[in-house]
Design a protein around this ligand. Structure first.
Ligand SMILES: Nc1ncnc2c1ncn2[C@@H]1O[C@H](COP(=O)(O)OP(=O)(O)OP(=O)(O)O)[C@@H](O)[C@H]1O
Ligand SMILES: [Mg+2]
Length: 242
């Protein structure tokens, strides 16, 4: 196994009196696609916010590509790209202009923008205003923006939520190509078929900590399940019975 590029040890996070993370520890290897799973409200997006330095926490140690997320520094930010829920584009700008703005801020050559327009099949829509984009195209522009600087780690929080199967497939193809280039992907999703297709390893978050982790096909054997969805339902069964 490759060395860890994401290392979290004993992370605790509360909002007021509500304890969301109660000692979360996990390691993600370089080049892995890691599926971070769990029911609504489990703390997946919160974990991503902690990892990208957007919110604080109590923790023993968090390291991403050798850097701590807080305080945020350029060396650290260079290594990460993020697509979060409900992120926005500049609505009055075209696809091209949205990406070009960030390309210039990042000091990248225009050829990088051209590459991404092709890789995410955005060429035909490069002159469309962001306000006129469908959800699937909007999501692809957000992914292109997050990946402009070729970060070592890409965080994707429910990247295919609300996408039709064709749009989702474009996103999946892009993620698979990222793997070829050695990028580490930390992805949350409620679509277990997507997780089975993409993820090298998954972790299940419940009640503030990881309750299961492993390679999808090994978990299927362990739980005598045909689909990852059944493993997920088994792990959540106790809650359902309450
Ligand atoms: N800014 C906030 N202030 C207070 N509570 C919050 C805040 N953000 C999240 N929470 C709470 O923390 C818990 C975890 O939320 P989080 O968004 O991390 O869950 P999630 O696993 O991403 O869920 P989902 O699958 O629905 O996206 C929830 O109970 C949520 O209500
Ligand atoms: Mg979430």
């Amino acid at each position: 196994m490759n060395p860890s590029i994401i290392s979290i040890i004993n992370v605790k996070k509360s909002y007021g009196t509500k304890e969301v993370l109660k000692g979360l520890s996990l390691q993600v290897s370089e080049g892995e696609i890691y599926g971070f799973l769990g029911p609504n409200g489990a703390g997946k997006s919160t974990t991503i916010k902690i990892l990208i330095g957007l919110t604080d926490c109590e923790c023993d140690d968090i390291l991403l590509a050798g850097h701590k997320p807080i305080p945020r520094n350029t060396e650290y930010l260079r290594n990460i790209g993020v697509v979060q829920e409900a992120q926005s584009l500049y609505d009055n700008f075209t696809v091209y202009e949205n990406l070009d703005l960030f390309r210039k801020l990042l000091g990248l050559d225009v050829s990088r923008l051209e590459e991404l327009l092709d890789e995410l099949k955005l060429r035909d829509h490069q002159d469309t205003k962001a306000s006129e984009l469908s959800k699937g195209f909007r999501q692809r522009v957000l992914i292109a923006r997050a990946f402009l600087h070729k970060p070592k780690i890409l965080f994707l929080d429910e990247p295919s939520s609300g996408l039709d199967p064709i749009a989702a497939d474009k996103v999946h193809q892009f993620i698979k190509n990222l793997k070829e280039s050695g990028t580490t992907v930390f992805i949350t999703s409620h679509f277990m078929e997507e997780v089975e297709e993409l993820c090298d390893r998954v972790g299940f978050l419940k009640n503030g900590s990881l309750i299961e982790e492993g390679v999808p096909r090994e978990l299927l054997v362990k739980y005598s399940a045909k689909r990852l969805k059944d493993v997920f339902l088994t792990l959540l069964k106790d809650d359902d019975d309450e």
